[in-house]
Design a protein around this ligand. Structure first.
Ligand SMILES: C[S@@+](CC[C@H](N)C(=O)[O-])C[C@H]1O[C@@H](n2cnc3c(N)ncnc32)[C@H](O)[C@@H]1O
Length: 223
């Protein structure tokens, strides 16, 4: 089963779970990602793993041409409704990050929030981001992480390891949240993922830890 099918099943509960599990910080994290993209009017932005469209909504009303891609029909359906309510226009496309249905240099900016963890072949997805970006284009990737040390990060780890699975069980999303926990644990450390981004041809920004290290913002410019 692809993770697109699992997200189809949890789509209607996704936003609530996300909000609870990130202690409501997820919106601020998406805003940081958008700020790091330095969007300008006329830019073409592609948001991968767009889910229910939250990142597109945050990027709306700036004269940017918005596109979102996701393999889950259910998530895209909800994105369509939410974008309409927010008065944000975006083209929504069904697909996976490893095989983008767009030509070379079709975008100026690419984003992906909490999606790269779900992609089995990350190097291929990063190469695809590089292919569809115009030279000088920027990428922003947000991902949940296991905090890597320090006293405060122990609190964040406690949250990720105990509170998140409990909330998942209470809201009967056990399968999705067992997956969430194991996929966070399996995600490479920030320095390692940053090296993958460099290997894909990006001049990277230093990874930025957010939420006591529970989230990392990766960024780079296509060389
Ligand atoms: C945790 S949600 C993130 C949604 C949204 N970006 C956000 O900020 O809330 C992960 C999304 O990744 C999508 N996904 C799963 N496999 C994918 C793939 N191979 N390529 C692109 N997206 C994928 C899922 O359908 C789901 O909507």
């Amino acid at each position: 089963m692809g993770s697109g099918a699992m997200f189809d099943r949890i789509a209607r509960r996704y936003d609530r779970l996300n909000f609870i599990n990130s202690l409501g910080l997820d919106r601020g994290w998406r805003r940081r990602a958008i700020a790091s993209l330095r969007l300008e009017s006329g830019h073409r932005l592609l948001d991968l793993a767009t889910g229910t469209g939250d990142l597109l909504i945050e990027a709306g009303h700036r004269g940017v041409e918005l596109s979102g891609l996701d393999p889950s029909k259910e998530m895209l359906g909800l994105a369509r409704e939410k974008l309409a309510r927010a008065g944000v226009e975006a083209r929504l496309v069904e697909g996976i990050a490893e095989d983008l249905p767009f030509g070379a240099s079709s975008f100026d900016r690419v984003s992906m929030a909490f999606g790269i963890r779900n992609v089995p072949d990350r190097a291929r997805a990063l190469a695809e981001m590089g292919r569809v970006l115009a030279p000088g284009g920027r990428v922003a990737i947000l991902e949940l992480a296991e905090p890597e040390g320090g006293l405060l990060s122990a609190a964040a780890r406690l949250h990720v390891e105990h509170v998140v699975p409990l909330v998942g069980r209470l809201l009967s999303c056990g399968e999705a949240y067992r997956y969430l926990r194991s996929s966070i644990a399996a995600f490479p450390r920030a320095a390692e993922f940053d090296a993958l981004l460099s290997a894909a041809g990006f001049v990277t920004d230093p990874p930025l830890r957010l939420g006591l290290g529970a989230c990392v913002l990766f960024g780079g410019t296509k060389a």
